[in-house]
Ligand binder design. Structure first.
Ligand code: PLP
Length: 387
């Protein structure tokens, strides 16, 4: 009897449907230019939107903390894993987001999947956008609350679904910037619905922090409605260039989550080095808002370049989808781009629905206009070659 047959059959099915995943091994620091298979490529896929992974002042500070504190935290947050650097970062995050308090989780995934089950339970209801991140979906499942999926960013659909369940305690949760399509949540209406019907509002700012809003503070700043969301979730792993997730909110919320979120309680905390690097990244965002402006200029410029190439590209965020549809064609276009010096992966099912494969370009503040114009031209050629 072959114990592995079920797995082998599954892999075989994935290969046949062009959904088999492999790793691309990068041989350099994450930046706008990377080394891959011995060649230099233009990186147009990284979540390190402000190009902070290798920023000299962040590295310098992290190196000092590494020397002082070593490499690990030695325990979970509630045992031995809380250093003064963890606390300082949390205080800074709370200030940056205009909240009373903040807490750091080991990843954004752990934040979402731990917080939703801590806030909602059997008998409650969670309203979740159909395009929300996998970590939100897992959090909903683990909560055992009734999860009601509403149509993508469709606030009329959301309201109807709320009205069909009167008087229930619950929460509305949405990505702030959607991770595959790069569009922005309708925050004004979402918050109004939450307040009208007595529900908590929760926004995931993974791709919003450091990207949208005049000074990179995210969705609330973008809509000029500071302080209006009940539960603000974000990550240190995207524009901030390090790793980790966080929740910001009123002090009772944060104290409650420290006592109840299992992914916070039962996991070894991040290293002091990571906390220090993230804090320095926040300081740089505040001290040098021109990085955010450069990123936002790049977004406008790149969309314009793609449109000039006849491609339908629109985004206000660093995520710019180029829609292809067919999985094999998207893979082929991505492969063509790799051969021609551009790192832009194809995004396929199950990350996006079947038959809606795309190239997903992600911009950095450090990309030059020339690089982006060249990339737009290459993308147009790749799409033609794959079509
Ligand atoms: C990346 C991402 C997460 C997970 O964050 P990690 O720090 O990578 O675990 C959560 N939500 C959204 C919307 C994301 O894009």
């Amino acid at each position: 009897m072959n114990k592995w047959k079920r797995m082998e059959d599954h892999l075989c099915m994935l290969r046949e449907s062009h959904l088999y995943r492999t790793l691309k091994v990068i041989e350099s620091a994450q930046s706008s230019h990377i080394r891959y298979q011995g060649r230099e490529l233009l990186m147009l896929a990284s979540n390190s939107y402000l190009d902070f992974c290798g920023e000299p002042r962040i590295k310098q500070y992290a190196a000092e903390i590494l020397e002082q504190y070593g490499v690990g935290s030695g325990g979970s947050r509630l045992t031995t894993g809380t250093t003064d650097l963890h606390i300082k970062l949390e205080e800074h995050l709370a200030r940056f987001k205009g909240r009373e308090a903040a807490m750091v989780f080991n990843t954004g995934f752990a934040a979402n999947s731990g917080v939703l089950p801590a806030l909602c339970r059997d008998g409650d209801v969670i309203y979740s956008d159909e395009y929300n991140h996998a970590s939100i979906i897992d959090g909903c499942r683990q909560s055992r609350a009734e999860t009601v999926i509403y149509r993508h960013n469709d606030m009329d659909d959301l309201e109807q679904k709320i009205l069909a369940r009167p008087g229930r305690f619950g929460l509305i949760v949405s990505d702030g910037v959607f991770s595959m399509d790069g569009d922005i949540v309708n925050l004004p209406r979402l918050v109004r619905l939450a307040d009208t019907y007595g529900l908590l509002s929760m926004i995931d700012e993974a791709h919003a922090t450091g990207v949208i809003g005049k000074s990179g503070r995210g969705c609330e700043e973008h809509f000029q409605m500071e302080g209006r969301t009940d539960v603000l979730m974000g990550t240190l792993s995207k524009a901030l260039g390090t790793e980790g997730g966080y929740i910001c909110g009123p002090r009772p919320l944060i104290e409650y989550l420290k006592n109840t979120a299992r992914s916070y309680i039962f996991s070894t905390s991040l290293s002091p080095v990571t906390m220090a690097a993230a804090k320095r990244a926040l300081e740089l965002i505040e001290a040098e808002p021109q990085r955010i402006q450069r990123l936002q200029q790049n977004i406008r410029w790149f969309c314009q370049c793609l449109q000039q190439q006849g491609l339908n590209a629109q985004s206000e965020t660093a995520i710019i989808p180029i829609r292809i549809g067919d999985e094999a064609a998207a893979l082929q276009a991505s492969e063509w781009l790799l051969q021609h010096g551009y790192f832009i992966p194809a995004i396929r099912y199950p990350t996006v629905p079947q038959g809606q494969a795309m190239l997903r370009a992600a911009l950095m503040a450090s990309h030059t206009r020339e690089e982006l114009a060249g990339a737009a031209q290459a993308i147009a050629e790749a799409v033609k070659a794959a079509g």
